[in-house]
Design a binder for this molecule. Structure first.
Ligand code: ATP
Ligand code: MG
Length: 365
């Protein structure tokens, strides 16, 4: 499939306070037409600044940083970019009813006929299940309904892209999950390019066609949810994504005959050929990473080691088991109920084909 370019961010640099604060350091993103990209990262990593530069609400340091449909828009005002922004704080006009709040942007723009505006408002209201509420005022709406109205206002503009900055952050947990499904469903239907900012890794995994993970103004990795979860570029991405978090153990690599072995005080593990071919013998200061679902508890095997169960946490359909061996904590997740009890001594095995190795700088090998 040919990827048609929707929004491109090229080497974006944005600094504040005379260059003393660099919010974006050479950010590169490529959002295809119709794609939903999630921008994920911890607080202060530059997500909002990146989005505001795309929207035209901030001016990048460099002149050719923001491209929409192949056109350099870096120095164009927001109104000439045809993008719709949805913020975390919902700003509805209290004196206008839902219908007027949704049509507000179109009414201001004065380029659509009244019939066209009515048609678009009806269509958006249908999509967002707001038809019954069109004559209500904002103070007669729940938080979720108000956020739907804010989305409706963006949808009727028929923009080239939606830019959403943590739009669900103020909603309670149940409503967040319901609305995120709703947003994905609507985006699939409209196929409008979308950038969705969040610091919630679960929201990112469930929503994104692609995820861009940021840290300290730098994009760490761009990939599908599968790639970000199963092929993290570095320790930061590996730990930021995944709950319960990945297990990490310092180790070194030695040989045994033709085999390579990962060694630590905890384990002595032959490495499968496919992984070993990327490693070099004698490497020190490596980190072995394994996600909890690939740590199995069961019979004694050649490469298993002994550990004690310290705590069991039911997660509903799965159970998280905390183990301890040689002073180190190990997390294992099993489907269904725990097959063991707290205090029990058990045999732990790593599914070696699911193991990652990170070098001393944290980069995945
Ligand atoms: N107008 C400004 N003046 C000075 N520094 C700023 C300004 N706007 C943002 N920054 C700084 O730039 C960095 C990135 O901020 P940004 O708001 O983009 O982070 P974020 O990833 O959106 O964080 P959060 O998840 O908390 O919303 C921060 O260190 C912030 O303090
Ligand atoms: Mg922000």
């Amino acid at each position: 499939m040919v990827k048609i370019s929707g929004i491109q961010v090229k080497n974006l640099v944005k600094s504040f306070q005379k260059g003393t604060v660099q919010a974006c350091k050479n950010v590169n993103l490529d959002i295809a037409e119709g794609e939903l990209m999630v921008l994920l990262g911890p607080s202060g990593c530059g997500k909002t600044t990146t989005l505001r530069c795309i929207a035209g609400l901030e001016s990048p340091d460099n002149d050719d940083a923001i491209w929409i449909k192949g056109r350099n828009v870096t120095r164009l005002p927001p109104k000439d970019r045809n993008l719709a922004f949805v913020f975390q704080d919902i700003t509805l006009f209290p004196h206008l009813n839902v219908r007027k709040n949704i049509s507000f942007g179109l009414d201001m723009r004065k380029t659509c006929s009244k019939e066209e505006i009515d048609r678009r408002v009806q269509e958006a209201a249908r999509l967002l299940h707001l038809e019954e509420l069109l004559d209500r005022k904002p103070n007669q709406l729940s938080g979720g309904q108000a956020q739907r109205v804010a989305l409706g206002r963006a949808i009727v503009m028929e923009p080239d892209a939606f830019l959403m900055d943590e739009p669900l952050a103020n909603l309670d947990a149940a409503l967040r999950i319901e609305m995120r499904t709703e947003i994905k469903r609507i985006q699939r239907k409209l196929l409008t390019s979308t950038i969705f900012v969040t610091h919630d890794q679960e929201e990112a995994l469930t929503l994104g066609d692609t995820i861009a993970v940021m840290k300290d103004g730098v994009v760490q990795q761009v990939g599908t949810p599968y790639q970000i979860y199963h092929q993290p570029a570095n320790i930061f991405v590996g730990t930021f994504i995944g709950a319960p978090p990945i297990n990490l153990f310092p180790c070194s690599i030695q040989s045994r005959g033709t085999e390579m072995i990962a060694i630590s005080d905890l384990f002595y593990l032959p490495i499968p050929e496919a992984i070993a071919k990327n490693l070099s013998l004698g490497s020190q200061n490596l980190t072995l990473g394994i996600r909890p679902e690939f740590v199995t508890i069961g019979p004694k095997l050649e490469n298993s080691f002994l550990a004690r169960v310290t705590l069991i946490e039911p997660l509903g359909s799965r159970t998280l088991i905390f183990l301890e061996a040689k002073g180190r904590e190990i997390r294992s997740v099993v489907q269904g109920e725990a097959p063991v009890a707290e205090g029990e001594a058990v045999h732990v095995t790593f599914q070696m084909e699911r193991v990652f190795f990170f070098d001393s700088t944290g980069k995945r090998i």
